[in-house]
Design a protein around this ligand. Structure first.
Ligand code: 2P0
Length: 425
């Protein structure tokens, strides 16, 4: 499945596989390979005031996750020998005419032309390729349909890679936003706000760095994968129905989020986990309340999600402070925020509440987790019914950097013929 959430009109992959002839091997092809991160919102974006430009009804704020655990890799290539723009997502050719993809391509090419004209008659390799067709190949190292914000990493990576290809710099978050709203926040590392803006043309609806990933080194993020199945209602359609039918969403956007943005930025700057965690949970809960207030209602949380919410509150109550916080997006997976000293014990609690079913896959992925003895007192304070297999696996990660260009040739996804290296494409 691709991050464009659309698979109609896919071209036959047998067609013109030879359209990139050997001339490409003579060095006429220009390429760029980049990686980009996933982000998790702690103040949620839900609802647009302009569908086409993707302008939100409220500002939002997210934490960028480390690319060592979760990332999209994209190679873009331009060559005068390519006969049309083409895209491959996770090993399969997809539809290049998707309107959001076309918006990103058009806007990057517009910036590149602007740069060329403002640079006088200077001809460089980036401007020479402006009229060439492009081939785009993109892969995620995590399951696309598991609700792990694949469209954010996907579009951020596409826009960043195209910008490198064309030698374009400047305000790229405005372009990534037009691919997918949450993608604009993946253009920076660390803690990022998407300022909603006021203008009708969206020029002031941009992502801004709040603090870099180095700001809060103890912060850890655990992703509890409750279901790897594709979600039932996609975010784009879901939020549209919410805007049309939920009075709570209107109240939230106008009266709740502005104050929360200020409080959240302050909590992050002060590294105040108590305030950060409480706001994160309250905002996730309010987002899901607006889903329930949507008509017909949208349910993203399942039984496992509800059990995780109870577990977190029992754990925090036991300690008399907010040691862990949950957040849920448009799916049942839990994202847990905590600080490094709490990771081992909380993972042990999760394991004892949702014991792994032995299907051979590792239960823990990502940063190393050590053993932690659990006292009987703690166990009886937090445990509800044991739910085997309720959590399939846990990814342990931390805040990380924004998109980067890769110099590692082994990451290049397109071969010398301009086609995906993997045979499945
Ligand atoms: C967020 N989500 O702030 C919220 C929280 C899901 C729940 O951004 O239509 O895929 O492409 O702009 O960005 C998911 O929405 O929607 C999302 P589009 P997107 O992370």
């Amino acid at each position: 499945m691709g991050w464009m959430d659309r698979h109609d009109g896919r071209r036959s992959r047998e067609r013109d596989t030879n359209n990139c002839n050997s001339k490409n091997q003579g060095g006429k092809m220009k390429k760029a390979t980049c990686t980009a991160p996933v982000n998790i919102a702690v103040i949620k974006y839900w609802g647009k005031r302009n569908e086409e430009l993707i302008l939100p009804i409220n500002s939002s704020l997210s934490v960028t996750l480390h690319q060592d655990q979760l990332k999209t890799t994209t190679t873009v290539a331009a060559s005068r020998d390519f006969t049309e723009d083409r895209i491959w997502l996770n090993g399969k050719e997809d539809n290049i005419s998707h309107p959001r993809l076309q918006s990103c391509l058009r806007e990057i090419r517009r910036l590149a032309r602007k740069r060329r004209s403002s640079g006088g008659s200077r001809e460089d390799s980036a401007s020479r390729i402006l009229n060439d067709k492009v081939h785009i190949c993109s892969v995620n190292n995590f399951p696309t349909a598991a609700g792990l914000a694949s469209s954010a990493a996907g579009y951020a990576c596409l826009v960043y890679s195209l910008a490198k290809l064309y030698g374009v710099e400047g305000e790229l978050s405005e372009i990534a936003r037009q691919g997918s709203g949450s993608a604009c926040r993946s253009m920076y590392g660390g803690f990022v706000q998407w300022v909603m803006g006021e203008r009708e043309d969206g020029k002031d609806s941009l992502a801004q760095l709040v603090e870099p990933e180095t700001h809060w080194p103890e912060l850890r993020i655990l992703i509890l994968v409750a279901s790897a199945e594709k979600k039932h209602v996609g975010s784009t359609a879901g939020m549209q129905t919410s805007v049309e039918t939920s009075p709570l969403l209107k109240l939230r956007a106008e009266s709740v989020v502005p104050g929360r943005m200020v409080e959240m930025i302050e909590a992050i700057k002060k590294k105040d986990f108590e305030a950060f965690g409480q706001l994160t949970m309250k905002d996730s809960n309010q987002f899901h309340a607006t889903c329930l207030d949507t008509y017909p209602p949208i349910f993203y949380l399942n039984q496992v999600s509800h059990r995780i919410i109870s577990l977190v509150h029992r754990y925090n109550t036991y300690y008399g402070q907010t040691k862990v916080a949950y957040s849920f997006d448009a799916g049942p997976n839990a994202v847990i925020f905590t600080l490094e000293p709490t990771v081992n014990e909380f993972v042990e609690i999760v394991k004892s509440s949702f014991p792994p079913e032995s299907n051979g896959d590792p239960y823990l992925k990502g940063l190393p987790v050590g053993p932690a003895p659990l006292s009987q007192e703690l166990l009886s304070a937090v445990e509800t019914d044991v739910c085997p297999g309720g959590v399939q696996y846990v990814i342990v990660t931390q805040p990380g950097p924004g998109p980067v260009e890769s110099r590692d040739l082994s990451l290049d996804l397109l071969g010398p013929d301009g086609l995906p290296k993997t045979s499945s494409a």
